[in-house]
Each structure stands twice: as C-alpha cells, then as structure tokens.
Write a protein that binds this ligand. Structure first.
Ligand code: ATP
Ligand code: MG
Length: 712
C-alpha cells in the first residue's frame, strides 16, 4: 500500500489519487529460493492505494498469469533424472495479455500432449480447431514457452522447431511470430526463394525453421541432418494418405513431439484418420491391420443398413473406444467460441438470371451427343466430367467455352473425341463477330450481377474492400478484365504467384493505406489459412462440389481482427448446373459423406444416371429451383407489389430468424436454408441496399445474418 502520509487526510484524497509515482524495478516470480531468477525490467506505478506492474511496453504484468499444469509423480520419476527442482512453467504475460480463453485452454492442452503428460510415452497432438480460431498463435505461444522454460529446474524443453506449411502461409507464420512476440524474443527463419535452408544450417541464431511442404521434399536430406525437437504441420490434413511422398518424408524425421494443425473435419474416413493419428503418435492404434480388425471393420459394418443388433452394438462400442483414446490428444473447438469477438456476417446466395446467349448454348450442349451418351446408362468411360466442365465454364462466361472449342479445333490429336462431339455445332450459336477477348458483361448473368455489385459497394462503402474468389485461373482473368475496365485497383493471388510474393500481396491488401479495392483469389491456391481481413465483402463467383472449399474461402474475411460487418455473396446461375451443385452441397448426401474434405475433388464423386439426368437439365421457368425443392410455402412471385403482402411473404420465411445460429462452419443443410430469409428478385422492396441495386438481374435471394445483435 502507498505511504501513510499521502492517504492521511480524506479531504486531500482526490488530489492525492492523481499523485502518481513511478519506480523502475526488476521483477521475478514469487519464489522461496535464495537466488532468485529475475524475469526482466518493469515499471511499478503507485497511484493512491494501488499499484500496477507494467512491462517496458506498457503492458500489465502478472495480471493474466497462465501457469502450465505440473507433471505428476510418475512423470517426474521418468523425466527428472537429475532430480532438478520442480518449477512452474508460465506463459509470457506479454502473450497471455492477447489470448482468448479458448486459446489458453488450447495451449495447456498442447503443452500436456507434447510433454507426454496426457498419455504415457506419447508426445503428439492434433489441434483441429475450426478456421480462424488462432491455431497459429496457440502454437507460437507453446514454442516460445518451451524454448525458454521447462518444469525440471527451468531447463528449456526444446531447442529447435520445424514448422511445415502450405507455400502461401510460410510468410504468414513469420508475420504472426513478429506480431505476437516482436522481433527480439525469438529468431525465426522462413525458407523462400531468397532464403535457403543452408543459411539456417550455418547460423546458430535461429531456433525456428518455417518451410513449405514442397520445399521440405526438396531439402529433405539437409533437414534430416538437423535435430528438431518439435514438428508442426500446418493444414496437416494432407498427411492423411500415408502413401504420398510428403507423409513419408515427414515420417522420416526423428522428432518425437509432433503437432498437426487442421481446420477441416478429419474423422470422415477411418483410414485417413488412422494415418493422421499414426503420424502424431506412431503405433498408438497398433498396426494398420489390427486397427482395421478392431475398429474400422466393426464400425463400418455397424453402419450398414443390414447390420444386426449385435453388430451395431459392437460398432458403437468400438467407435466410443476410438473416440476416447484419440480424444486424449485431439482438440477441436467450433467457431462459436470466437463469435463474440466477430462483427456481423451477412451471407447471401444470389440466383443470377443467365444471359440469352448462355441459355441458347446451354440447351445446345444438353442436346449434344456426348451428353446423351452419358445418360444412356453405362457410366464407365462416360464423358460426364467433360460435360459438367463445359456447363460450368458456360455459367461463368460463354467466352470460356468459346476458347475451349477453338482450342479443340486447333489441336490435331485424336484423343478428346468426346469433347469434340460435345462442342459440335456450338460455334454457330455464337454471333459471327464474337470476340472472346472482350468477355462482355451482358453475355453472362453472373458477371452482370458482379459488376453491379462492385459499383454499389464502391458507392455505398467507398473505404471497404472486396475479395473475389474463383476456382479457375481463366475466370480470374475475366474478373481481372472487369477491374481494368472500371479502373478498380486490384491485387491477385493464384497458383502462379511466387511464394515469396504471397504474403507481401496479402499485407498490401490488408493495409489501411492500400489503394486496392479488389483482391482476386484463386481458392485452390489461397483458400486455406490466409487472412484477408482487409476485405469485408467476399464474392464467390463459382461453386465447388466440395462445401469445404467454399467454407474455407469464406473464412478468410470473417475472422478475428475484422472490423467491418462482413458481406458474403455466393453467385449461382438460376436453373443451371450451379444450382444442382449447390443443392448437392446442402443435401444429406454431402453432409454425411466424405465430400466434406478439402482434398476431395469432383473426380471422386460418383454419379448415378438419375443424378446425371438431373444435372443435365436446364430449368428455364423457375426463379430458383433450390427454393422450389425446399418445399417452402412462400413464393415471391405470387404476391403483388403491396407492402402488407410483402410482409406476409417475408414473415413466413423468417420463422426462427435472428435466433438462428448457423455460425459453426459446418456445411449448411436444407433445413437451415429454409430458415434463411427468402426474397424473390421481382417483387420485394428489399431493405438491403446492396441487393436492391442488383435485383434486376437476380431472380431469387437467400439471406442470413449472424451476430446481428451487434449489427449497427
Ligand atoms: N487472441 C487474438 N486476438 C486478436 N487476433 C487474433 C487472436 N488470435 C488470433 N488472431 C488473429 O486471427 C486470425 C486467424 O488466426 P489463424 O490464422 O491462426 O487461424 P487458424 O486457426 O490457423 O485458421 P485456419 O484454419 O483458417 O488456418 C489471424 O489474423 C490472427 O492474427
Ligand atoms: Mg492456419
């Protein structure tokens, strides 16, 4: 407490409270030891009756201490060979200050795992938190702690850490280290074109090596010569196939403490699940063959419709056992835990009317020999993927189809006959003077909506930015042309962008000083892990079969640090294959199947002839086939332009809205979509000013708002 004399007179108290004294101090944790270990410099601020200890950057010390659990007697007996005294391992207050509650729990979990405190002799963990929960920061906190401290005599647990990550994220990791720890505490080395592994080997300065999966393969020999004490595999779901080179390479590293980070569900396929588990904790589930007998077979069998009661019970028991066992070292939290830190999210699905040329070409394609062949019944060697590809291109823009046809005409190879038969007679549908370089907006329903949407965003929110996502580089080219045409400044990241450039481009866009209005993103190259919080509008120009791809892309902007309300627009061409793909995404089939997995592409999808028939149908007269399928009783077009009736329309569909929580990043289901707001483009007086401006080209809207309470 403060000296007596300054609190003596009550009358003087107010004045005295403003009397502040500063002391320059060194501080240490409370300890009975004679020789104390000093933690560092600090400033003690005494004000009235209270005092606060701050570090030299002005952050409070000691207020938020996060102490790791102590190892038990057994652990001490095993690991404290020299009988070092047991000391507390404490997370640096500088970091703790920023941590969210779930991150504190996550760090304790990771600490216990890699210390072998959760399972005897096992040092691996899988952190499977949903996207945007700050897995990076949790790992950085762990590395920094283990590198400086340990429970036995304070001796550091690790010296060197290896972080393997997709190419686009190498520099993101470097940046996060700097953001949370500054540049003095820890020296990290990120491998890119200008920074080779040799440099890391030669220097004794660095304790952390960050490298891409591709680069790791190339430098494996050198890396194998080094000793790492902790291995972190970011976006580690790719290790689920033990046959692939990367997995073998990582397996060959002798490091015992292994952490896999992934935001994507991992329990869909029991064999892939085994590979991930076996990587972090080798042998914990026994050999693959015994795993199959004990777990996989009974579990799979019990899910067959023909399973007997006994088989069902056995399967359930084994599944529970597997969950219990692996649950010791797998942690997954959903997005709900950070919802309260996030701004509102307004999600829209826009059904865009196709242009006249698109409709004509679409019909012609559906009448082609190739499509008819697909529907004959024999699916072997059927060209359905080519047909699907052509229809998807057409939905994006007819010029993409035009270029493919031209390309095929020029190629002299005999293979690809199906493609030729698909394109037969199509050229005559294009105007004689068709210029595929121009890619005019009127020829594509979605492009028309997109350009209007950009105009209105620019007008209503001149300081906000847009992330524009496509699965295809060629489509990105078209979108880039739109930017040029309208004079929008843009940045672009696709598979061709050199790894060393990627973070610079991302930082540039996120900076408040950037003049970029648009970020063109290839979801294949940059869908996972990137932070694009500089943008608050995200437009998904095309749709992927795999809902996980789209969810990943959407999570780039609605994450911690985002200041604005986030608007997400998914563009679909009304009545076409795009609607069908969307329906597949939200149908039960996709939800229960293994499609919810980033590494699965359309080639993995099995279609029945019935499904193909449905895919290859154009619905010209519907405003929204998806809405028809929902069996929702509201129908925008039945109502005249009268405000009372309008209300009636929306009211019906808005049942449960507002309270509805669909924030967790699971793929949306049909029944959830039914609870969204439904608007027909024709008749409603749309409240949303952005939608109001694009309604002319949109036949139907679905809208859902998350975190509306904080919406201004
Ligand atoms: N405690 C925090 N306070 C403020 N911002 C945070 C905090 N933790 C993380 N962030 C920020 O949140 C964003 C998302 O974090 P991060 O990239 O680690 O997510 P992730 O869990 O790896 O997600 P993904 O699965 O998409 O890779 C980053 O910009 C990060 O800087
Ligand atoms: Mg990440």
């Amino acid at each position: 407490s403060a000296p007596r004399e300054i609190t003596e007179s009550k009358g003087q108290e107010e004045e005295l409270v403003s009397l502040v004294k500063y002391f320059s101090v060194v501080w240490s944790k409370a300890s009975k030891k004679k020789h104390k270990k000093w933690e560092g410099d600090a400033v003690l601020i005494v004000k009235g009756r209270s005092c606060i200890l701050k570090d030299l950057e002005g952050k409070d010390i000691g207020k938020d201490s996060l102490v790791m659990p102590r190892p038990d007697k057994n652990h001490q007996w095993m690991f404290s060979k020299n009988c070092f005294p047991l000391v507390d391992v404490v997370i640096d207050p500088h970091v703790v200050y920023h941590l969210r509650p779930h991150q504190k729990e996550g760090i304790i979990f990771l600490y216990e795992c890699v210390m072998g405190m959760r399972m005897n002799g096992r040092y691996g963990a899988i952190l499977a938190d949903e996207m945007g929960l700050g897995k990076t920061l949790q790992c950085i906190s762990l590395i920094w702690t283990l590198q400086c401290q340990g429970p036995y005599g304070g001796k550091p647990v690790i010296k060197k850490t290896l972080i393997v990550t997709p190419g686009s994220l190498v520099n993101n990791w470097r940046k996060e280290f700097k953001q949370w720890l500054g540049s003095e505490r820890i020296k990290i080395f990120a491998v890119d074109q200008d920074h080779k592994v040799e440099e890391f080997i030669k220097s004794t300065l660095y304790s952390v090596l960050i490298i891409s999966y591709e680069m790791l393969l190339r430098s494996l020999d050198q890396i194998n010569n080094l000793k790492f004490d902790l291995l972190i595999c970011d976006e580690g779901h790719r290790l689920k196939n033990s046959a692939i080179k990367t997995t073998t390479a990582l397996f060959s590293l002798s490091c015992e403490k292994r952490i896999i980070l992934t935001g994507t569900p991992i329990q869909n396929d029991l064999q892939e699940f085994f590979a991930l588990i076996d990587f972090v904790n080798p042998g914990v589930l026994g050999s693959l063959s015994s795993y199959r007998k004990i777990y996989e077979e009974p579990i799979v069998m019990s899910r067959e419709p023909s399973a007997s009661e006994e088989e069902k019970q056995l399967g359930d028991r084994r599944a529970a056992e597997l969950t219990r066992l692996t649950g010791l070292f797998i942690l997954r939290r959903t997005q709900e835990v950070i919802n309260k830190y996030l701004p509102p999210k307004i999600e829209n699905v826009l059904f865009c009317r196709p242009g006249t040329l698109q409709i004509e070409l679409y019909k012609k394609l559906l009448n082609s020999q190739a499509v008819r062949f697909c529907l004959q019944g024999s699916l072997e060697n059927s060209p359905h993927l080519i047909c699907i590809g052509a229809l998807k291109k057409l939905c994006n823009h007819p010029c993409l189809l035009f270029n493919s046809i031209k390309g095929k005409e020029c190629s002299s190879t005999s293979d690809g006959n199906e493609e030729k038969s698909l394109y037969e007679g199509l050229l005559s549908v294009f105007p004689a003077d068709y210029n595929s370089l121009e890619c005019t907006e009127k020829d594509s329903g979605k492009l028309q909506v997109l350009s209007k949407l950009l105009t209105v965003i620019r007008e209503l929110r001149p300081t906000e930015k847009v992330v524009l996502v496509s699965n295809y580089t060629q489509t990105l080219n078209i979108l880039q042309d739109v930017c040029k045409r309208y004079g929008y400044a843009y940045a672009r990241l696709d598979g061709q962008t050199p790894i060393s450039q990627r973070q610079k481009i991302v930082d540039g866009f996120n900076s408040k000083y950037s003049s970029d209005f648009i970020f063109l993103l290839s979801s294949k190259a940059g869908g996972v892990g990137l932070n694009l919080i500089g943008g608050s509008h995200l437009i998904l120009y095309d749709i992927d079969w795999n809902p996980a791809t789209d969810i990943q892309a959407m999570s780039r902007v609605w994450r911690d640090g985002q200041k604005h309300a986030v608007h997400i627009y998914r563009l679909l061409t009304t009545g076409t294959i795009e609607e069908k793909i969307y329906q597949r995404q939200i149908s039960k089939q996709a939800l229960s199947g293994a499609v919810v997995d980033l590494t699965k592409t359309s080639e993995h999808i099995q279609f029945s002839v019935e499904e193909l028939k449905n895919l290859f149908t154009l619905h010209e007269n519907s405003h929204c086939v998806t809405h028809d399928l929902l069996e929702c009783e509201c129908s925008g077009e039945d109502h005249t332009d009268d405000s009372l009736e309008k209300d009636a329309v929306t009211r019906h569909c808005q049942l449960g809205l507002g309270q509805h929580k669909s924030s967790s990043l699971k793929p949306l289901s049909m029944s959830q979509l039914k609870k969204w707001k439904h608007f027909s483009g024709d008749h409603l007086n749309l409240i949303d000013p952005f939608l109001e401006r694009i309604r002319e080209n949109v036949s139907f809207f679905f809208q859902n708002i998350t975190n509306q309470a904080t919406c201004i």
